[in-house]
Design a protein around this ligand. Structure first.
Ligand code: URA
Length: 210
């Protein structure tokens, strides 16, 4: 994957995203939609994975058949909202290794503060997919990718549901080697660092908190 930004404009993704944006969508429906949409996005973010082949027997004859090459990929959830994307992606890639980066956003400075970091071994030999539904200011995403690189990751992709142009620009400046896959790039950020029109606070909407 070489383009820095891929917007997945598939009709199913766009339809589900619209339902998620709506204020009246319940927590249960929001969660279900996130699970469905994350599988569709996972399909896109894993495009072009290296392949090898193995000889198998079909009921008809022997064939040299394609299979994924290399070490199991690593999915890294940027807590807490990343877990909502993680579940759906894991359904599609059940053998993936999983890690967590705990960052919260200081509401005043909007800067990320780290409180947890646990990732699979041998990150340097894996494709690493970092997941966080909202790429807003880009501060937490940039900080999370910094930590992953420090832990050895050198082949990273970033998967989100919604992005703000400011966040995309910040990621491109800090990590031009990390391609971003998203369902949409919205208009802008508001003064509180929320994506507009966006869908509100993704963590609150998926966990039913306020
Ligand atoms: N985080 C969210 O959950 N929503 C936004 O709009 C921005 C950051």
């Amino acid at each position: 994957m070489s383009d820095h930004l891929t917007v997945v404009d598939h009709p199913l993704v766009q339809h589900k995203l619209t339902l998620m944006r709506e204020r009246e969508t319940s927590t249960a429906v929001f969660r279900q939609l996130l699970r469905e949409i994350s599988q569709l996005l996972a399909y896109e973010v894993t495009r072009g994975l290296p392949m090898t082949s193995k000889v198998i027997e079909t009921p008809m004859e022997e064939m040299d058949a394609p299979v994924l090459a290399g070490k199991k990929l690593a999915l890294i959830s940027i807590l807490r909202a990343g877990n909502g994307l993680l579940d759906g992606v894991l359904e599609l890639i059940p053998s993936a290794r999983v890690g967590f980066v705990g960052l919260y956003r200081d509401e005043k400075t909007l800067q990320p503060v780290q409180y947890y970091f646990k990732v699979p071994e041998a990150l340097e030999d894996r494709l690493v997919i970092a997941v966080d539904p909202m790429l807003a200011t880009g501060n937490s995403s940039v900080a999370a990718i910094d930590l992953l690189k420090r832990a050895g990751a050198n082949n990273i992709r970033f998967l989100c549901l919604l992005a703000a142009p400011e966040g995309v620009a910040r990621m491109k400046e800090a990590h031009p080697d990390v391609p971003i896959v998203t369902a949409a790039v919205d208009k802008c950020l508001n003064d509180d660092g929320y994506i507009v029109p966006g869908l509100g606070d993704a963590g609150d909407r998926m966990f039913g908190t306020k």
